[in-house]
Design a protein around this ligand. Structure first.
Ligand code: GSH
Length: 198
């Protein structure tokens, strides 16, 4: 059995989308989380070590961190070809986009949101503007991050850009609009919206 620990309208929402893309059998457990405004609380029902979402338990194994969950799930449920397998020429670029999301893009956007200076040459990430330019350039040539084929990397980036399309945090949002429209028109995305509240 596969259980997604989820809190509506958070980073776990995109994993309902991914699980729908994969055609995997799963259940959703709604948990409470600590909120920036002081509301919410750690939930003893959530197995995540820091009380965050998403967390996934599959046959007793705990998987957390969005990029790891993407790689884990697309390996475990390969039927619909949502992530390139080992031996596929796109496997390296796929893992690179997942790691780039976690190690560069999220820290870049969080730095911008916090008005924190990104130290030249020594941070592991870059400024949000530089990261956004890089992703926009990749998407200007092809419909998806891996080229012509949708993957779980698009679930990570697409869900994030969808959220920030109308926010000053995303530099040059109009560049990402066609991509967001493309990925959010997918039937799995639409189904996931209907399951958002459990
Ligand atoms: N790096 C984690 C971030 C998870 C995360 O921070 N989730 C937020 C919700 S969007 C959360 O659970 N916040 C509650 C808390 O930090 O205690 C991932 O991508 O999975």
């Amino acid at each position: 059995m596969l259980t997604l620990y989820h809190c509506p309208r958070t980073r776990s929402s995109r994993f309902i989308w991914l699980l729908e893309e994969l055609g995997a059998p799963y259940e959703i457990k709604i948990v409470n989380i600590r909120r920036r405004d002081g509301s919410g609380a750690l939930d003893p029902a959530n197995p995540h070590p820091h009380g965050k979402v998403p967390a996934l338990v599959h046959d007793g194994a705990l998987v957390f961190e969005s990029a790891a969950i993407c790689a884990y799930l697309t390996d475990a449920f390969p039927k619909n070809g949502i992530g390139p397998a080992v031996g596929d020429a796109k496997r390296g670029p796929y893992l690179t986009w997942l790691a780039y999301y976690a190690g560069v893009m999220e820290p870049a956007f969080v730095s911008k949101a916090m008005n924190a200076e990104v130290p030249r040459g020594s941070a592991g990430w870059v400024k949000a503007e530089e990261a956004a330019d890089y992703v926009a350039k990749a998407l200007s040539k092809e419909p998806y991050l891996l080229g012509g084929k949708f993957s779980a990397a698009d679930v990570l980036f697409g869900s994030t850009f969808a959220l920030f399309l109308n926010s000053p945090l995303l530099p040059g949002p109009e560049r990402f609009k066609p991509y967001v429209e493309r990925v959010t028109a997918r039937p799995a995305y639409v189904r996931a919206q209907g399951k958002e509240n459990g």
